[in-house]
Design a protein around this ligand. Sequence first.
Ligand code: FNR
Length: 350
Amino acid sequence: WIAFTISSDQTMASEPVNVSEFEALAKKALPKMYFDFYAGGAEDEYTLKDNEEAYQRITIRPRVLVDVSRIDTSTSILGYPISSPIMVAPSALHQLANPEGELATARASAASNTIMILSFSSSYNVEEVAASCDAVRFFQLYVYRGRHIAANLVERAERSGYKAIVLTVDCPRLGRREADIRNRMIVPKLKNVEGFVSNDVDADVAWLKSITSLPILLKGILTHEDALKAVEVGAAGVIVSNHGARQLDYSPATITVVEEVVRAVKGKIPVIVDGGVRRGTDVFKALALGAQAVLVGRPIIYGLAAKGEQGVKQVIQMLKDEFELTMALAGCTSLKDITRSHVRTDRDRF
Ligand code: FNR
């Protein structure tokens, strides 16, 4: 009986109990080159660590004298309802993680009643992903100097029912990811890529608006200056992001600049944040600081690598369950109850 107990305990131990534990499973499942491609960040990977650690420096101020017998985690983004403020970030090449690639990620996102943002650099094309299941999804775009590729993709995304364009503006050139250099990781030639991204945001957004009626969100904003500019050019929302710390090392951990961006946009457009979200408490902290939702990048890919569609569903569910528990323990029954006074950051005085 003792032997039985020990061995069944070991079986239990291999089942992940939190999102971070999917990383080890993905590492086992993938060739080193691919795992490193997903996991890596730019240069010293200072910002990569800081994206997660900055959340750990924020504490939660719970209000316990609240009836929390019913908790509602639902919200909406650009008018589209989602079951919780946790969405799927655009990330490249899901087929390196699982043969079903983005088709599996899209089905898992749909089953979780959330929105997936399909990457410009996806393994399956916009039509294939749209046909895989019925759900609201957004399309992430880079505008390269020759605009014809972007024009073609936007037209196809709109025709196949994508509801917004997420224009990523932090990639005028590719960041230096040393693991990929060491592994001689050659990203499969992306048909969509051609020269440098233009990043003339005034001209690009004006041009995009002339070819599509879809709302345009700008992804990769880290300062109040750029946030103001995003409002000026008519963005429908901003995503505070440092591209999962894969571009400029020593850019700030994203959670530390959310308030700066929120103050700059003055409620005119929604603010979303990504980078280092690994716990339901992180989601809660982001909302307390003024974000409307978060995006999750690597954990989704790790779920996909470890267990395919089921793994992605589990990752989203775990974060959602943790977030719901956090709301209950902090005394918030709906998202509007989560306020700035529910968190304490290094900048707050005691
Ligand atoms: C990304 N990210 C990204 N962003 C984007 O706009 N277009 C893209 O094609 C990609 N590709 C991509 C690949 C991989 C492997 C990673 C890890 C990330 C950035 C992504 O959208 C998001 O900003 C970060 O992943 C969020 O950080 P976490 O959740 O991974 O810490």
